[in-house]
Design a protein. Structure first.
Ligand code: NIG
Ligand code: FE
Length: 418
């Protein structure tokens, strides 16, 4: 017997995304979700006749608001311990990201805190961040390890992600990023040996990661070291992702293109050749405007990637250096600072973001036959997501047809957390 999970009706508009990455807008519309999947999207009247809301587990009156696909956040470092709010102040006084890292701050400081935290604390931290994300409309999130920088802690991080994925409605996509920084007192080459010979085989053995990422950056891992890590990852079945051209131009984008990586991320300093290489090879460019915002840096050239026909994705990059879980704010920055239209930003935050984490089952499109993941806004049109900056435009969230957030707060079996 199929189960009518939910009927969301009375929406001013329901927004879907097609295979070309174009929006489809149904006015005065409804969505029916059966067995976790979208069974019908269309005008409210006919959908309600075919799927009476009274027969559904969740009868959701959108009350004249807009309904959009649940957001997919394809790049975060959401699992960590400790607090770096004082670095925010230091950066406002002129300290640079690299200076903080060289002094043992930045990533290295979070590594110390994460190594010292218990599994319980790490899980609690991640779950509360997932709740904030969910309340802001995110239904799938990629999370990277990389605050362990040793086999034991990297494995612990991936294990905590798997546990969070089990108990929390948000889908967690796990990425191994042992090559996130060079641990204190080590040389990059020697540490890459450890990642390749020890960490990656252990991760593969436990089968708890889907992607392998590397911080290809001046003063961190060069292109050849990055290649070694990603090739060793591929050899054990992990798909490559690259942190490329974030603080300087080093060549990570060409590495990603040459390897057929799933994504190349950041791209603040990408060149015309980089844009062409990404567009020509089907690598997803993942742009992280929150990072430029928090670093006070120049933004990536989103228009160049869009003009080249690349499926531009947008992510939060949520981490202690870029402290925002909100895909709505990322879309505001995408529009105001990177010149994207609200429609381009929404596609970047949904369908294109799903492609950037290799979710090709229609996640992020809200079309018939795709996962019943959606957000009912507290506003008339989808444009309010970027337009209403600094505020959560999301009211209700459904994951696989289950109501998991209400009135802008997470509401699910794990409890209600604002
Ligand atoms: O994507 N670039 C490396 N990783 C993160 C920053 C992590 C941190 O500062 O803790 C990023 O910006
Ligand atoms: Fe990152």
């Amino acid at each position: 017997m199929s189960d009518l999970d939910a009927v969301v009706h009375g929406a001013n508009e329901v927004v879907t995304v097609d295979d070309e990455g174009e929006l489809g807008i149904y006015e005065d519309a409804a969505v029916a979700v059966v067995d976790g999947e979208v069974a019908r999207v269309g005008p409210s009247g006919p959908v309600k006749r075919e799927f009476p809301p009274a027969n559904a587990d969740h009868d959701v009156d959108a009350d004249g608001a807009a309904v959009v696909p649940g957001f997919v956040d394809p790049h975060t470092h959401a699992l960590f311990a400790g607090d770096r709010s004082d670095e925010f102040e230091a950066k406002l006084q002129g300290a640079t990201y690299q200076e903080l890292l060289e002094e043992g701050g930045g990533i290295l400081r979070t590594v110390r805190a994460t190594r010292n935290a218990s599994d319980g604390t790490l899980l609690d931290n991640l779950l509360s961040h997932l709740d904030v994300m969910l309340a802001h409309g995110t239904t799938t999130v990629e999370v990277k390890s990389g605050y362990g920088l040793d086999t034991e802690t990297e494995l612990r991080m991936l294990d905590v992600m798997a546990r969070a994925d089990e108990v929390h409605p948000v889908d967690v996509v796990p990425t191994f990023m042992g090559a996130h920084a060079v641990p204190e007192g080590r040389e990059a080459d020697d540490y890459v040996d450890e990642v390749v010979d020890e960490q990656l085989p252990a991760v593969a053995d436990q089968d708890i990661a889907e992607f392998c990422d590397v911080f290809c950056e001046e003063g961190v891992f060069d292109v050849e070291q990055s290649r070694r890590v990603l090739e060793a990852g591929e050899a054990v079945g992990l798909k490559p992702k690259v942190h490329a051209e974030e603080l300087a131009h080093l060549g990570g984008t060409q590495l990603a293109a040459g390897m057929g990586a799933t994504s190349a991320d950041h791209l603040l300093h990408a060149t015309e050749e980089d844009v062409a290489a990404v567009a020509g090879t089907g690598v997803s460019p993942v742009l992280l405007p929150g990072t430029a915002f928090s670093l006070g840096a120049d933004y990536a050239d989103a228009r160049a990637f869009l003009d080249a026909g690349a499926p531009v994705a947008v992510a939060t990059d949520f981490n202690p250096n870029c402290y925002s879980q909100s895909m709505g704010f990322a879309q505001s920055l995408a529009c105001v600072e990177m010149g994207m239209t609200p429609a381009e930003a929404l596609v970047a935050a949904t369908r294109n973001a799903a492609l950037a984490v290799d979710r090709r089952d229609g996640t992020g499109t809200l079309r018939e036959g795709t996962p019943g993941d959606l957000a009912v806004l507290d506003a008339l049109t989808y444009v309010h997501v970027p337009y209403n900056f600094g505020v959560n435009a999301v009211d209700t969230v459904l994951k696989g047809g289950e109501v998991v957030a209400r009135e802008g707060a997470a509401a699910h079996d794990e409890g209600v957390r604002a």
